[in-house]
Design a protein around this ligand. Structure first.
Ligand code: ADP
Ligand code: MG
Length: 392
């Protein structure tokens, strides 16, 4: 553990007396925009297989019997402590904790064990889930590995979506995968929301409170109708058109077209698109697959695959216009099979995809469908032949 990390952990233990009594911090395992995550060992409870006399506040005993069994065979005494930054508004933090609690019954969602608060600081306690860093394995996935990975991911998403919840930030670092167990769990519900959340109302409320909510900054962005302005050099400095407001929260490269186009009625299908980007990454063996600096760049990257015509169709669907004079963007675009072969450097030697990969690419087509209404749901994805009729 390096010095700054040790200092950081010491500070946390000093701030949270309750935590230092119950846990011994081992290391820092994640540092993101919204939180820092530490690996820690639970102290005050001797390991006990039938776990009858455990403190319900701090153990997997808060979970229903079935779920408790699942976690207790694993890392009963090792937990992940997620320190949520104070820049997240209290309602945001509450939202994350509430959703985690609501979703605790799925084996594909990392459950909330308990949470601590000290003034404006909140620490969520989750069972530690062993996983590898995506960057270490994304090049080596065999078709069967893909199957297990996405079986877990879509099972988790089907559960979240059935509850009417959008995760909003599906990406490899928010889906922890254990190769040896062929099992993965969804984490990080920091941006999750219930479908149908009225963002216009939220903006007004937040505005009144003048909260320094980091999320708000990312909302007020110029309307993408400015696509036409790509024809002239640079962007208009004083765009008179009203800016459109919609929730854009998520991660670069994983945002669905309707998020980029600021559609206000976003659905659970935005998570399916992001899952599609992960599948494309694994099939193409390139990470990050998309590397856009902003939303307009992201539209251009998507357009390079799907072509101008389809992009114009989807833009129109969301009340925007898509126009570009970039030469690499053709009218018609490419098939996903071509893209996968190209990405994995196999297109020159007239190499073919294996039958199992062809199945996966067919599934990919249903995930990276520009029209959210036609895009597969998580449940439909699970019914795809890639899962139901597996071939090598
Ligand atoms: P953030 O909002 O900062 O992205 P996350 O909840 O995504 O927070 O956690 C960040 C990282 O911490 C994850 O990518 C993962 O590596 C690690 N992590 C989070 N929860 C767990 C857990 N339960 N078990 C193991 N590692 C975890
Ligand atoms: Mg995260």
């Amino acid at each position: 553990v390096d010095e700054t990390v040790a200092e950081d952990m010491k500070k946390l233990e000093e701030n949270f007396k309750g935590i230092s009594q119950k846990y011994r911090l081992i290391n820092r395992i994640g540092e993101g925009t919204f939180s820092t995550v530490y690996k820690a060992e639970q102290l005050d409870q001797p390991y006990d297989d039938d776990r009858e006399n455990q403190d319900p506040e701090t153990d997997t005993d808060v979970l229903p019997t079935k779920r408790r069994k699942f976690w207790s065979g694993r890392h009963t005494r090792i937990v992940a402590l997620k320190k949520i930054y104070v820049t997240s508004s209290p309602s945001r933090i509450l939202n994350e904790l509430e959703l985690l609690h609501e979703l605790r019954n799925s084996p594909h969602i990392c459950p909330l064990l308990t949470a601590f608060r000290h003034l404006d600081q909140v620490v969520a306690v989750l069972p530690y889930f062993r996983h590898l860093d995506f960057r270490l394995y994304y090049r080596d996935f065999l078709t069967n590995d893909l199957r297990h990975y996405f079986l877990s991911l879509f099972s988790g998403l089907a559960y979240v979506h059935k509850a009417g919840i959008l995760h909003r930030d599906i990406k490899p670092t928010n889906f922890l995968y254990d190769h040896s167990k062929k099992h993965g769990v969804l984490v990080d519900f920091g941006l999750a929301e219930r479908q149908g959340t009225d963002w216009q109302a939220c903006f007004c409320q937040e505005h009144k409170e003048r909260r320094r909510d980091r999320f708000l900054n990312s909302y007020a962005v110029q309307n993408l109708q400015a696509q036409q302005d790509l024809l002239s050099p640079g962007y208009p400095k004083q765009d008179q058109r009203p800016s459109r407001r919609a929730n854009r929260a998520g991660t670069r490269g994983f945002r669905a077209p309707e998020v980029l186009l600021k559609c206000t009625a976003q659905t659970t299908k935005i998570d399916i698109w992001s899952a599609g980007v992960i599948l494309l990454t694994l099939l193409g063996r390139r990470f990050p697959f998309f590397n856009s600096a902003d939303d307009i760049d992201a539209m251009i990257e998507i357009a390079s695959i799907f072509g101008k015509k389809k992009m114009q169709g989807v833009a129109a669907m969301h009340g925007s216009v898509f126009e570009t004079n970039i030469e690499t963007i053709g009218e018609k675009g490419f098939t996903l099979e071509k893209i996968v072969l190209w990405a994995s450097c196999r297109e020159k030697d007239s190499e073919q995809l294996r039958p199992g990969e062809i199945q996966a690419v067919d599934l990919l087509g249903g995930l990276l469908e520009l029209d959210p209404n036609k895009r597969l749901s998580a449940k439909q994805a699970l019914e795809h032949e890639f899962f139901t009729n597996p071939i090598e």
